[in-house]
Design a binder for this molecule. Structure first.
Ligand SMILES: [Zn+2]
Length: 239
């Protein structure tokens, strides 16, 4: 079941796919020109501005920033909140990193386009070169998903660190994609932050593996332990 993070990553990679499609669709017109003319024309284009503005990557980044920002909202708010400054700094870092990636991709695309024009390549050859030379939409999707989730874990860990005596669960789905480590952590149920760090400190910020969908979350009501019950039953372990 796709959750909000999956949807945000999907929306961003779809926008990226559209931008790439746009680039590819403009290629034939450029390739039809004599290569010196095409190269001069391409050289003059502010490709990054086009990629960001005309092809929608800035709007996509804006939406992605909102998705990052919503991960900062922890419900319910803990008694002690880490400084807003710390959270703002981490948030800014994430958004700037994503923005830098847009700049890099725009530069890569322009370089590949120039090589393709000078090499008299067909539209299909150009598309294939883009596919190997830049991040593919599915890679962007998994990269963004991973960043959103690891950012969310960082925020939750900061909150827990500031309130170590409160109870937390390892929150997230329990399904056929759940790793053994996460299932075991879910089975632990509600522990204090100190108990979590004693046994699982390596996982609290980075997750148990790339693409991990789990994070610490404040334990406030019994219904949150439903997955715990299921995980314990599956393990056949009495706690
Ligand atoms: Zn996990």
């Amino acid at each position: 079941m796709p959750d909000l993070t999956d949807k945000a990553a999907q929306a961003y990679s779809s926008a990226y796919q559209s931008a790439i499609d746009m680039v590819v669709s403009r290629y034939p017109a450029l390739a039809r020109l004599p290569s010196n003319e095409a190269a001069a024309l391409l050289g003059d284009i502010d490709f990054e501005a086009l990629f960001r503005g005309g092809y929608g990557m800035d709007a996509a980044l804006e939406k992605l920033s909102v998705s990052f920002a919503t991960q900062v909202i922890v419900v319910p708010p803990p008694p002690v909140t880490p400084s807003a400054e710390t959270l703002a700094t981490v948030l800014k870092f994430e958004v700037e990193t994503a923005s830098k990636q847009i700049s890099q991709t725009a530069a890569e695309i322009k370089k590949i386009m120039m090589q393709s024009v000078l090499g008299h390549q067909s539209e299909a050859e150009f598309a294939a070169a883009l596919n190997t030379g830049t991040l593919r939409p599915d890679q962007i999707n998994s990269y963004v998903n991973q960043n959103l989730r690891s950012f969310h874990r960082t925020v939750e860990s900061q909150m827990a660190e500031a309130n170590p005596q409160e109870l937390y669960i390892w929150d997230g789905p329990l399904d056929d994609r759940t790793s053994d480590e996460c299932a075991q952590m879910i089975a632990e149920g509600a522990l204090t932050y100190d108990e979590w760090t004693a046994n699982y400190s390596a996982y609290l910020n980075s997750g148990t593996h790339y693409g991990c969908r789990h994070t610490l979350a404040a334990f406030v009501q019994a219904v949150q332990l439903e997955n715990t019950k299921k995980a314990r039953e599956a393990e056949g372990v009495d706690y």
